[in-house]
Each structure stands twice: as structure tokens, then as C-alpha cells.
Design a protein around this ligand. Sequence first.
Ligand code: SF4
Length: 395
Amino acid sequence: MDDYIGKKPTADTAQSCIAPGRCNKHRGKKPTVNTLPHLLDIPWPQWQSWCAQRGLPSYRAVQLRHWVFAGRAESFEQMSDLPKRLRHELSANFRLWSTRIVAHQRAEDGTEKLLLELADAQRIECVLLRDDRQHATVCISTQVGCAMRCVFCASGLEGVVRNLTTGEIIEQMLLLQRRLTAEERLSHVVVMGMGEPLANLDALLPALEVASSPHGLGISARRVTISTVGLPEGIRRLADADCQYHLAVSLHAPDDDLRNRLVPANRNIGIAAIMEAADYYFQRTGRRVTYEYVLLGGVNDRQQHARRLAQLLTGRPSLINLIPYNPVAGLEFRRPSPLGLRRFVEVLERAGLAVHVRRRKGAEIDAACGQLRRRLCDVPHTGSGKTGQAAARRD
Ligand code: SF4
């Protein structure tokens, strides 16, 4: 862990706000950069060696880990069973937190959304979703912005600013975990927030290792879902890592012609390559792949689309997750009609496919990907109907 001490912030952490001069919060203000290493960026073996180098018994590192992941400590100072000197030394050498909460919203159904400001004043969002069995799911971001530029998503409008670090990804989970009551249990992680997860696998995989470790957050790997626009190389890498995570491919269209318009990143990929990689994922992990499909009224919700989708997925162990679009004021996309939705489902079910229609959560908060960040950072919309909403992704 000493390797991390005294390190200068990287070029990444010195970047300015995504909307320089436009963000109300930071207009005219310089971000303060804490140069101490972020404890959560440091792998566990180095926590142990740092303690060992100071002649501390091995259980001190274990105590530290317990305070961070189970004890919900807000500061090193609160770690009451660590010697005072050790607590001071930790505070002098590491940051426990690298973000601060700049906005918090809670919906009537218990869904909570946090807007976090990173050390370099960039902003990201994460969401806590509750069910009626006291189980909770965290939805986390992996990048500031997104390079995929899906036309219905706010997060992709300005492109990608930078990858999040492992520590920043873990921190989202910890901050949301701290909002749970003693009776509630964090049971699932969905990597469906801002950014394309497979474009930041180097940081994401160690973060998910912490999430699924019994010494970390203790969430079964089978309850971790990674949602991707479909990067074949990343899908194969994930398959070979043999982590048992659940893969969700955001398809949104049954053919390249339509998908190129909805998901511009598809132009360089193509559905055939994505399906080949998804098949490989199933072969390697034995886990059926979920295909997400945001239904945009009059765009991709016709029966002909359903028939083509059925052709594409027949014979592939899969689940289709249909997500009726939720309209946002000022946007051109509209929700599919109830009849249109029913017929779409019927076509798929008649083809023998497993279909699920996602129920929306957190409807009255800015639960769509990137919406809260855009609203509070005063990021302008870029034009006709291309402002985003991926509310459905978080339902
Ligand atoms: S929907 Fe996902 S992949 Fe597409 S732009 Fe938004 S964050 Fe990126």
C-alpha cells in the first residue's frame, strides 16, 4: 500500500467538469483535489502488507476491512477498536471517501438516487432500488459520461469524460448500502448506470470482486448483472474470466439498420458479432443472456420488429426484458400503447421466448440515467429529441 502513498493525482483526476462554466455549482470555483490515495483503490493484499510493515498483527487489517464493508464506518476515527495511533496514521495516509453527495432524491416506493461529485468535480449517479421483501439492488455507474451515445439516453450526449476508478465504483455501492435500515439487505448489483461497463473492465472487475467477496459486500456473483451495449471483445473477456455474473445486452432493435440509428456505436460492431459473443458467453458460463429492449412508441415497437426479434433469438437460451419508454417533457420519443405492448409480447411468447416487462420504479424522481446530473449541472439538451432517457434501464 506504500506504493500508493504520496502519489500525485493522475491526469484523469485533474480534469474539469463535463460542463465547464455551465455547472451552477462550480461556476467560477476550482475543484479541490485531495492527493491522498483512495483506500478503496488499493487491493486487499496491500492493506495487509501495509499493516505488516508497521509491525501490526494481521487482525488489524481484518478489523479495518470489517469497518469499511460491514461496520459502515464514516471515517477512520470511528473505527473504535483500532488503536488511536493507527487511526491517525490511516487518516494521514489515505482517503476513506473520494466523493461527496451533492443531491439525494427519494421516491415514494423507496427508490433513492444519489448525485455524487468526484474528487475532480465530475459528477455521476447511482441508484438504490428496494423490493417488498427488504431486499435492495444498487445500480452503479462505471464512467463519467458514455461514448456509446444511445439516442434516448442523457448519459451519452456529451460523450465519455473518463473511466471511474475501482475505488469510485466500490464507493457508490458503499454509500447506497449505508442508506439501508438494519432490516434491509443488499442483495443485487446491477451495472447499468452511466457509462459502458465493458469499456472499463479493468476497474470494474476488481470492484465486483469486492462486491461478491464474503469479506466485502457478500453479494453472490450470480446476483450481479452487467449491462452492455454489446462490445464483443469485452463480452468474451468477461466469459473467460468465468465470474458467473449475469450478462444483459441492450439490444433495442432487431436489425442493424434500426439499431445503427438508436445505438450509434452499433455501426462499428453489428448485431451478428454481438450475438456470436453472447453465444460464447452462454457456452462458457452456462448463464442465459438477457436482451434488453427499450420500447419506443412508433419506432421499434411494431409487430414486424417483434417478429424479427423472435427470429434473432429463437434457439438461443435467453430472456427478453421489455422496457416501455417513459416520456420526459421536451423529448420526442413516446411510450408504446398498451395494446402495442401486449401484441409485441404475444409475438415473442408465441415464438416460445421468455419475456419480462419491466415495471418502473422511482417514477417521480430523476431516475433515468444521467437526468439528475444533467438537470443539476445545467447541461443543455443538444437537439431534436436526442435528449436522453434510460429511465427504463433502471426500472
Ligand atoms: S444507454 Fe448506456 S450505453 Fe447507451 S449512452 Fe446511455 S449509458 Fe451509454
